[in-house]
Every structure is written in C-alpha cells, then in structure tokens.
Design a protein around this ligand. Structure first.
Ligand code: SF4
Length: 287
C-alpha cells in the first residue's frame, strides 16, 4: 500500500494567524472567542489548554471575559458594533480574504446591486457576510434560484470555501434565471481553498482510497470528502490518527491524504505515521 500526500493540504494562513492571535491575546488575560475559532476539535482543545474560552457571537451573556475575539470566519459590522457598544474589547481574527469578500459585497451594494451570496445558509461566514444587508439573497443550491429577487442589478459573491465549479455553475444559473438583470460576479473563493481543491483532483486521479483529515463540521473539509466520494473513491473522514482502522485499507493500493484548511500540519503528520504503520501491518499479515 502506497501513501501519497496532497500537494496542498491543511492549515491555511488565515487560520494559522487567527490561532496565533488568540494564543497571544490569551497570554495577556482572559479571552472568549465568539464561536469556534475554526471548526476543528484538535485546534479547539489546544486553545482550551491556553485558557481560551468559547462564547457565541449572538449571545452577550456567553462571554466569560471582557476581551472577546471574532473568529476567522468573520462577522457583520452590526454584530461587531453591538459587542463594542456593550463595553467589550473586540479583537478581530477575521481572515483577510473573508474581509475582502465583505468589502466586495459592500462595494457591489454601494453601486446599486442587490446582494446575492452563494454559500451555506446558517454558516457563520455567510451570516457575517449577509448580516449588514437584510435584503441579501443566499443561494446554496439550484433549488434556491426561485428565491432570487427580480432586480435590475444582482451583485454575486460566494462564501470563501465553496467549490469553484459549483459557484461558477450557480452564477450561470442565476444569469439564465434572470436574463433581464445585469449580473455582476466577484469571485471570492479563496486561493488556499482553490489550491486544496485542485490538489484533491490530482490526488483522486492517482489514488483508489482517500483519507480526509478535518473537523466533522468544517465546511471545506466536507467539500473535500464530497468531491472524493462523487469521484467514486473510498473515502475515510477522520479528525485524528486514532480513528484510522486497518480494516479500511485491506483492498487499498494507493492511499491519498488531504486535509481541510483548519487542520493542523501536526495532525496530518500523525495520520501519515499511523497509515505507514497500518501499511506495514497489512503487508506483514499478507506474507
Ligand atoms: S479558508 Fe481561505 S478564507 Fe478561510 S481562513 Fe483560510 S485562507 Fe482565509
């Protein structure tokens, strides 16, 4: 059994910097992060060991300190302002690429476009993007096209971690559904997500089995799992090395490893070591 690592995988710079910011803030005093800093249990446990607590962006009573921090997924200006007005110190862990998506949406609205966001309804990043624009329309799938407003100008962006192909297909579908509207699209899928998606395509070509490492509620990890499953590969989604079972790999010849953007490189390294041990075990058992 051969093991192959994706060309691009795991922790992106946005998550890396947000973790570093939280750990640094925690050295200065109590800190509450307003949500899961990233959707990854290993990272959350590490932050908890630094004394960082978790609260909820929409619940002022959930803060266990006067210093709070917005997660890498961002928040609306309205939500930020409400915390400041309530007397909290608000540190911002929003990824610069999420901020860029906010700026692009704001610019579209200022130019008279009705805001449309392609993304997962209820996801914290999408809530943040749409929070300042009550008339924003969220398109998660083709079924939502029926909710598109009839407007002269539609300004479309997407959640940063959506698959590019899906976003482009939905933009085409929006143009078809509203032929009389001017549809302006700003591509806000982030480069680290695009890199991981294209590295996954390569891995799918080369492997019969894939291990995807990442949080069970991490959107971009689930996208990697979905893409590999649709391609017909055997896919195993794990959060950590201990979950790997030798049984899964009895028929495997080439096993690819990839990871979501909130997965620590150390976690992927331990998964690789465990897989190598499983490969040795299976090869010894076969002889
Ligand atoms: S996935 Fe992209 S947008 Fe999200 S934190 Fe990472 S770099 Fe930023």
């Amino acid at each position: 059994m051969k093991i192959q690592l994706a060309e691009h995988y795991g922790l992106c710079f946005g998550v890396r910097d947000a973790i570093a910011q939280a750990e640094e803030l925690a050295t200065r005093g109590p800190l509450t992060i307003l949500g899961e800093l990233v959707h990854n249990p290993v990272v959350r446990e590490r932050l908890a060991r630094h004394g960082v607590r978790e609260g909820a962006l929409d619940d002022r009573d959930s803060a266990q300190s006067t210093q709070v921090m917005i997660t890498a997924h961002g928040a609306s200006d309205k939500a930020r302002g409400e915390w400041r007005n309530a007397g909290f110190g608000v540190a911002d862990g929003t990824c610069p690429l999420v901020l860029q998506a906010h700026e692009k949406l704001r610019a579209l609205v200022e130019q008279g476009f009705v805001p449309v966001v392609i993304g997962k309804r209820g996801h914290v990043e999408v809530n943040g993007l749409t929070g300042d624009f009550p008339d924003a329309c969220i398109i998660e799938s083709a079924e939502d096209l029926a909710n598109l407003p009839t407007a002269a100008r539609l300004g479309v962006i997407s959640q940063t971690t959506q698959p590019s192909e899906k976003v482009l297909a939905l933009v085409d579908a929006i143009r078809i559904a509203r032929p009389a509207s001017e549809v302006r699209f700003c591509d806000t899928v982030c480069q680290p997500t695009k890199n991981r998606q294209s590295a996954l395509r390569k891995l799918i070509e080369e492997c019969d089995t894939l291990v995807v490492v990442g949080g069970r509620n991490s959107n971009n990890t689930l996208q990697l799992v979905a893409a590999a499953t649709v391609a017909g590969r055997a896919v195993h989604h794990v959060e950590r090395a201990e979950e790997l079972r030798p049984d899964w790999f009895r028929a495997a010849r080439v096993v690819g490893i990839t990871a979501g953007t909130s997965t620590l490189k150390e976690t992927v390294a331990t998964v690789r070591i465990r897989l190598e041990a499983i490969a040795t075990e299976l090869s010894l058992a076969a002889h």
